[in-house]
Design a protein around this ligand. Structure first.
Ligand SMILES: NC(=O)c1ccc[n+]([C@@H]2O[C@H](COP(=O)([O-])OP(=O)(O)OC[C@H]3O[C@@H](n4cnc5c(N)ncnc54)[C@H](O)[C@@H]3O)[C@@H](O)[C@H]2O)c1
Ligand SMILES: [Zn+2]
Ligand SMILES: [Zn+2]
Length: 344
């Protein structure tokens, strides 16, 4: 089969032929990948940011936002059958550890993360497990939802955590309305009554945010902190969701957070540097966010089936995967997601 493989950090991955994966264990599920999202995390992987953390051996296949059709199952799989359309939770988890039993799939003690620490879905086939597959509603197609598997799930998970903080009258700022952020915005509007301000560098992303229902948009470029303070009576927002986490948004995000408010880090690459006296005197909360649970994904797929969350996509054939990665790197897909399909 074809697969997009990282051969060496700092270099473009290579599309090459590799052996097909096959069902080996009783709970294995083999999926034909009908759609794979291209994520900024893939760029971070190629840069080498994950090399030590994931410990993955090169070469390997990237792609952690996958949806497709079940083509084979192990003997003990009862929740899906050959031919079912599915979206994949990004981790393959054990189901037995304390975190799994609490529904906290991301912190499973015996898991793998295809596309990060093992072969992923920018390929014709992907091997996953019964615990990771969510059957798609009849009105949804893999190419319309694939990036909800990670981009959407991460954004939804962060918003879901912020829901108790976002009472009527509360203000939330969303920095970076790209692949993750435009799903975060729709999730905010579906789940909370809060007033929403979107901050982004790209006019296209801001235009889309307005069309999706953001109450205010602010173009980054120098005055974004002052503008957010103006919009919030000089106090800042109750919640700031930072989908960039580098290039200065770390400082902006903290400055946009009101006293006793919460700054959610979702995008990454930079550093948060806050004097501890500010943390205590302003009593601000710094909240990390990693992907989301299986149940979060099921909830998000319900919103998708209801038409309340829609991915904005640009489709590329799998053979053009490297071009899609370049386009993302060069900011050519503002406010949306590149999706790889077997043939376009
Ligand atoms: N925490 C997690 O579990 C998790 C999961 C997936 C992705 N991520 C990370 O989330 C981040 C966003 O990924 P994405 O795929 O949505 O990227 P993207 O490129 O699609 O979107 C980023 C958006 O931020 C905007 N932007 C860039 N710099 C900005 C700045 N200085 N100020 C304001 N806006 C700015 C861009 O115009 C774009 O609209 C990446 O860092 C990615 O690695 C985190
Ligand atoms: Zn991703
Ligand atoms: Zn587990």
């Amino acid at each position: 089969m074809r697969a997009v493989r990282v051969q060496e950090y700092g270099k473009d991955p290579v599309l090459e032929q590799v052996p097909d994966p096959a069902v080996a264990g009783p709970l294995d599920v083999l999926v034909r990948v009908d759609a794979a999202g291209v994520c900024r995390t893939d760029l971070h992987i190629i840069e080498g940011q994950w090399a030590q953390k994931s410990g993955v051996q090169l070469p390997y296949t990237i792609g952690h936002e996958n949806a497709g059709t079940v083509v084979d199952v192990g003997d003990a799989v009862g929740n899906v059958a050959v031919g079912d359309k599915v979206i994949l939770h990004p981790l393959v988890t054990c189901g037995l550890c304390r975190a799994c039993r609490a529904g906290d799939d991301v912190h499973c003690e015996d898991s793998r993360f295809p596309g990060i620490d093992s072969d992923g879905g920018m390929a014709d086939l992907l091997l996953t497990g019964a615990r990771s597959v969510v059957r798609l509603d009849d009105n949804l197609e893999p190419r319309d939802v694939a990036a909800l598997a990670d981009a959407g799930l991460t954004a939804y998970h962060a918003v879901r955590k912020a829901v108790p903080l976002l009472y009527p009258g509360a203000h939330v700022v969303l920095i970076g309305a790209g692949g993750l952020g435009h799903i975060g915005l729709q999730s905010l509007l579906a789940l909370t009554p809060a007033e929403v301000t979107v901050v982004d560098l790209a006019e296209d992303a801001l235009g889309q945010a307005e069309r999706l229902g953001a109450h205010h948009v602010v173009q980054a470029g120098g005055e974004q902190v002052a503008e957010v303070l103006d919009l919030t009576g000089g106090k800042g927002a109750h919640v700031v969701l930072d989908f960039v986490g580098e290039q200065g948004t770390e400082a902006d995000g903290v400055a946009m957070t009101r006293d006793a408010g919460s700054y959610f880090v979702i995008g990454y690459g930079g550093h948060v540097d806050i004097p501890t006296i500010d943390v205590i005197s302003r009593e601000i909360n710094l909240i990390g966010n990693l992907v989301g649970s299986y149940n979060n994904l099921v909830e998000l797929m319900t919103l998708a089936a209801q038409g309340r969350v829609r991915l904005s996509t640009r489709v590329y054939p799998l053979d053009d995967a490297i071009a899609a990665l370049h386009d993302l790197d060069q900011g050519a897909i503002p406010g949306g997601r590149a999706i790889l399909v077997p043939e376009a």
